[in-house]
Design a protein around this ligand. Structure first.
Ligand code: CA
Length: 221
């Protein structure tokens, strides 16, 4: 699941990016209103974490523009301004939740999960294929009825395959989705992760769960 984080404080931005990535989300970080607008034009997100005081404008105005133009991504407002009227204004403008700074990362994660759960259509957030069952909101994975312990990266990796069963996914596409940038990833790292993932889905028949397409990428079959 993809989260857009709009936060201009460098340290907090990095912290959020890291914390959400560790929780298995794919994170895009924008540090200004214009950066956030660009990010939202490029792709859609499952949720947005929005700071209010931004260097080139007000997060509330950004939210208002989004809602006017029909963007309905759930939004959690994050701001030092914990005054009641700001909170009411934010919720009136279409924010789904509000978290005053300072906050704890576990609380943000819990609120995010609850938001995604409320938003979710169960059908879209539970993925099933050949005995694998992934609950994207609950962040759990089962194989042949047994719970699997996946790291956040493994979870993100498996999610991409489960969203595209039967499709060959190129190495660069996978790296871009799981590690945000294909350039940050060592060429062997993906293979290491794939072999770890493979070992968790040991199927008895001769059709392995993941097929290597030499020189191209991988396929969940
Ligand atoms: Ca700020």
């Amino acid at each position: 699941m993809k989260i857009l984080v709009v936060e201009d404080q460098r340290r907090l931005g990095l912290l959020l990016r890291q914390g959400l990535t560790e929780a298995g989300y794919t994170v895009k970080h924008a540090a200004s209103c214009s950066g956030a607008r660009d990010a939202l034009c490029e792709t859609s997100y499952d949720a947005i974490v929005l700071d209010l005081g931004l260097p080139d404008g007000d997060g509330l105005e950004l939210l208002q523009q989004w809602r006017r133009s029909g963007f309905n991504e759930p939004v959690i407002i994050l701001s030092a301004r914990d005054a009641v009227d700001d909170r009411i204004k934010g919720l009136d403008l279409g924010a789904d939740d509000y978290l005053p700074k300072p906050f704890s990362l576990p609380e943000l994660l819990a609120r995010l999960r609850s938001l995604l759960r409320r938003q979710a259509n169960v059908k879209d957030t539970v993925l099933e294929h050949r005995g694998i069952r992934m609950d994207l909101v609950g962040r759990t994975t089962h194989f042949q009825g047994e719970a699997l312990d996946l790291t956040s990266r493994e979870f993100a990796l498996l999610e991409i395959f489960m969203q595209n069963p039967g499709r060959i996914l190129t190495r660069s596409l996978i790296c871009e989705k799981v590690w945000s940038s294909p350039y940050e990833v060592d060429a062997n790292l993906l293979d290491v992760y794939m072999s770890k993932l493979r070992s968790k889905f040991d199927v008895k028949d001769d059709k392995p769960m993941f097929k290597t397409v030499r020189g191209v990428g991988y396929k969940l079959q």
